[in-house]
Design a binder for this molecule. Structure first.
Ligand code: NAD
Length: 475
């Protein structure tokens, strides 16, 4: 049992929202109703926050790993105590269903799980040499002040992926959440700061201009960024000025290959959630599905049946398992790409016909068949609830298509023969290749992209090392 208060959504909004009409207005993507107002931080606020973080880092870094882990576990308890309020706020601001499917409660629960797991990882000095020539020991030291910049799709979970390993390794953290979902992250930090020492975790809300100020700030020693490839490149350019360390978790366009021995009925639900988790607004969601001739019709039919059974609507209504797109810009991208696919003669199995007059940014679950590999709906990251299903007759060709883009976050192989699937998996260019699942993550298992999906790793002991600088002591 924990002594932390259970803060409701209203409590959290009262704590973090600016007064009505001040700051940036945030609207519920399902209804258009105002959720709250985010106070807008300035570069001067950033100067102050960095100075506070720098001062706090001394004492924080002086703690042992066990002491910092104890603080992280207390923060996890505090999140758990306010989980319902956090999930409701997240659902109202981001749009994802509060309870059903992989949802807001799942995201808040993930914050608790990742924080606890990160507190538990062993990170000991490594003895590399101990012989007649002498000794060499490798240690992992704090970097200093870490600036985190995040996206709007999984705002709380991605913030925790930045916060927990950075704090564990003795750094202090200043975060800039997406301008689309700042209240969720301000609320998460508010809850954690009930128990963390002053100054180790701060959140400043603002847009890309404030993000630029982070990357240019001389008092920030590392930027950990999750977001688009375009912004990742801008951050890398800016960080080059003072050679800041960077981790870049960027966009993807994940391919899945169904092998000809797969069972279409058995894989249909896994394929569905691989693609449509969070209404497709997930960096490592299945975005292009390659299916052999022999199974093409059966896979299309089974996937359509699953899609039909998944209700989409206001995330606060518990029957819904899929919510709206978070913002209009994202809706327009998806609508344009699906329309272009339709115009090219591709066949829509389900969806593709949004009700433009309805409130909210709802784009229906959409499956598109008989589409060529070079169609923009296949080749571009559409980041929404659409899945193009591409027919193949030659497995080598499907692998070439899967590897044919300049991104490589996740990918998957679907088969009844695990060994055969592993052989295909080894040929796919991606940070992670899943077999008979897609997008499943685990705090113990490193996650990151290849090609333009970024570099640096999160999660596990590898993730801790990316929030530290190596230090060798040799005698
Ligand atoms: P985005 O790049 O538009 O914005 C991300 C953040 O960067 C926001 O906080 C924004 O304010 C800030 N920003 C914008 N311009 C900046 C600049 N010049 N300097 C510094 N900061 C700046 O991305 P988004 O639309 O919020 O998120 C969607 C993208 O994120 C998709 O491409 C998705 O694939 C990717 N993503 C990747 C992962 C991963 O782990 N690899 C996870 C989630 C999302």
């Amino acid at each position: 049992m924990t002594e932390n208060p259970a803060l409701s959504c209203a409590d959290l909004l009262a704590a973090v929202s600016a007064p009505e009409g001040q700051g940036a207005e945030l609207k519920d993507p399902a209804t258009g109703e105002v959720v709250g107002y985010a106070p807008q931080s300035t570069p001067a606020d950033l100067d102050e926050a960095v100075a506070t973080a720098r001062a706090a880092q001394k004492d924080w870094a002086a703690l042992s790993h066990a002491e910092r882990s104890a603080h992280l576990n207390k923060a996890a308890d505090a999140i758990e105590a306010s989980a319902a309020g956090l999930a409701e706020l997240l659902s109202r601001e981001q749009g994802k269903p509060v309870k059903n499917g992989p949802n807001a409660a799942f995201e808040v629960g993930g914050c608790v799980a990742w924080t606890r797991a990160t507190a538990a990882f062993p990170i000991e000095p490594e003895t590399l040499v101990d012989d007649e020539s002498g000794t060499a020991e490798l240690r992992w030291e704090p970097i200093g002040v870490v600036g985190g910049i995040g996206p709007w799709n999984w705002p709380m979970m991605i913030s925790i992926w930045q916060i927990a390993p950075a704090l564990r390794m003795g750094n202090t953290v200043v975060l800039k959440p997406s301008e689309y979902t700042p209240l969720s992250v301000l609320a998460l930090a508010h809850v954690m700061n009930q128990v963390l020492p002053d100054g180790v975790l701060q959140v400043l809300a603002g847009d890309g201009e404030l993000g630029k100020a982070f990357t240019a700030h001389e008092g920030i020693d590392k930027i950990t960024f999750t977001g688009s490839i375009e912004t990742g490149k801008a951050i890398m350019r800016s960080a080059a000025e003072d050679l800041k360390r960077i981790t870049l978790e960027l966009g993807g366009n994940d391919a899945g290959i169904v092998l000809d021995d797969a069972d279409p009925k058995a894989i249909a639900e896994g394929l569905f959630w691989g693609a449509f988790i969070n209404t497709g607004q997930t960096c490592a969601a299945l975005k292009r599905l390659y299916v052999p001739d022999s199974l093409y019709d059966a896979v299309c039919e089974e996937l359509t049946a699953v899609a039909k059974a998944m209700p989409m609507g206001n995330g606060l209504q518990e029957q819904n398992v899929l919510g709206p797109l978070q913002n209009r810009a994202q809706y327009e991208i998806v609508a344009k790409l699906v329309q272009a696919a339709k115009d090219s003669g591709a066949r829509v199995l389900i969806g593709g016909d949004p009700d433009e007059s309805a409130p909210g940014h709802f784009y229906p679950t959409t499956l598109v068949a008989d589409i060529s590999n070079d169609n923009p709906l296949v080749a571009e990251e559409q980041f929404g609830p659409a899945l193009p299903i591409i027919r193949y007759s030659d497995l080598d060709q499907a692998i070439e298509w899967a590897n044919g883009l300049d991104v490589g976050l996740g990918s998957s192989v679907w088969s009844s023969d695990i060994e055969r699937a592993k052989e295909v998996a080894a040929r796919l260019q991606a940070g992670t290749t899943w077999i008979n699942k897609h997008g499943a993550i685990d705090p113990r298992v490193p996650f990151g992209g290849v090609k333009q999906s970024g570099f640096g790793l999160e999660f596990g002991v590898e993730g801790l090392k990316h929030m530290a600088v190596p230090k060798v002591i040799s005698a």
